[in-house]
Design a protein around this ligand. Structure first.
Ligand SMILES: [Zn+2]
Length: 345
């Protein structure tokens, strides 16, 4: 597997770094990503290290990673890496932010300028950062100036839009991006899901060796209708002919009713004095067990699971808070169904 990120970033953002390394290795990098979550520093590091990888001319790039992430004397690095590290590569690195921190919105003129630059052909792989893509800052006129470039890119373009959450961003931007959730600082990924998302292809029982308490939960969930979708995806269950079409409104409604049915099971398990975190983890692990840990190496699946894991984290927090169990679980499962149909329908 290619080396794209340095070890510090792999440690603090295991899911994100695995996701992009895998996408790059398979040549499946998309043009535009929305980096959500609170850790802005890691977002900059990730974007910069991707830019380094995409443009490094050092001959050891494939085996050791770009010379920009290696601990070597700066003057021995290639020109592209040096320029990107200084944030001033004229053709590969574009930052779209308020230039003097005096105005609130991103100037439309600056967006147009970048767009014009990107319309030229270049032998560099260009990375464009929008540091604050919330709609107050990255407002409609500025977004419009860039959107055409995303739709009809010339050469390799990598847009990284940063935002706290998806709902702060114009839908016209969100709809053109793949969403990549970043972990908060200090919120380390632990446990079997993390191992799997990091690309471990161990079987679930081996991943669970320190979490034996989850095995009976997974066993009890596996045969629920809610997971028919996952079985169909993994080829473990043949889809019925009438289900072969993609998710239409009626199939979606059916999925929601299955989700609510499954919600009762989860509420029951928590009522039976299971720890609510364990039950939520158990549900996510059941999905993983059915889809298969090997599938995690596919960027689509690892992206899907990391999004699912974020939903699960949110549900756990709500379950510890004042929200009723049923409300928290129903909203978790409905979000989950939506995520399924959005990502890998
Ligand atoms: Zn280099």
């Amino acid at each position: 597997m290619a080396v794209v990120f340095n070890s510090a970033l792999i440690k603090s953002q295991p899911t994100v770094t695995t996701f992009f390394t895998s996408a790059l290795a398979q040549g499946k990098l998309a043009h535009a990503y929305l980096f959500v979550g609170g850790n802005v520093e890691d977002k900059w590091l990730a974007a910069r290290q991707i830019a380094l990888y995409l443009n490094c001319t050092d001959d050891k790039r494939e085996t050791l990673g770009s010379c920009g992430i290696r601990e070597i004397a700066n003057e021995t690095r290639c020109q592209s890496c040096r320029w990107i590290l200084e944030g001033k590569h004229p053709q590969a690195w574009f930052e779209l932010k308020d230039p003097d921190a005096t105005t609130i919105k991103i100037p439309v003129e600056r967006a147009r300028q970048i767009s014009a630059e990107l319309a030229k052909t270049s032998h560099y792989n260009r990375v464009i950062i929008v540091e604050d893509a919330s709609q107050e800052i990255f407002h409609r006129p500025a977004a419009n100036a860039l959107l055409k470039t995303i739709e009809e890119p010339r050469g390799v373009l990598f847009f990284a839009f940063f935002a706290r959450s998806v709902d702060q961003v114009l839908t016209t931007v969100v709809s053109r991006c793949q969403v990549v959730p970043f972990k908060q600082d200090g919120q380390a990924l632990v446990g079997p899901i993390a191992l799997a998302v990091q690309g471990s292809t161990d079987t679930l029982p081996r991943l669970l060796k320190d979490h034996q308490e989850l095995i009976p939960i997974v066993q009890s969930m596996k045969n629920r209708k809610f997971f028919d979708w996952s079985k169909a995806r993994s080829g473990k269950q043949r889809r019925l002919p009438h289900e072969m079409h993609s998710q239409g409104p009626s199939e979606k409604a059916f999925a929601v009713s299955e989700a609510l049915e499954f919600g009762k099971v989860i509420v029951g398990l928590i009522g039976d004095e299971h720890d609510s975190d364990a039950v939520i983890d158990g549900a996510v692990l059941t999905e993983l067990e059915i889809i298969g840990t090997r599938a995690v190496l596919e960027p689509k699946i690892s992206g899907y699971l990391s999004n699912l894991e974020n939903l699960a984290d949110e549900a756990k927090m709500q379950l510890r808070g004042y929200v009723t169990k049923k409300a928290a679980i129903d909203s978790f499962l409905i979000e989950w169904v939506n995520l399924r149909s959005r990502t890998i329908a």
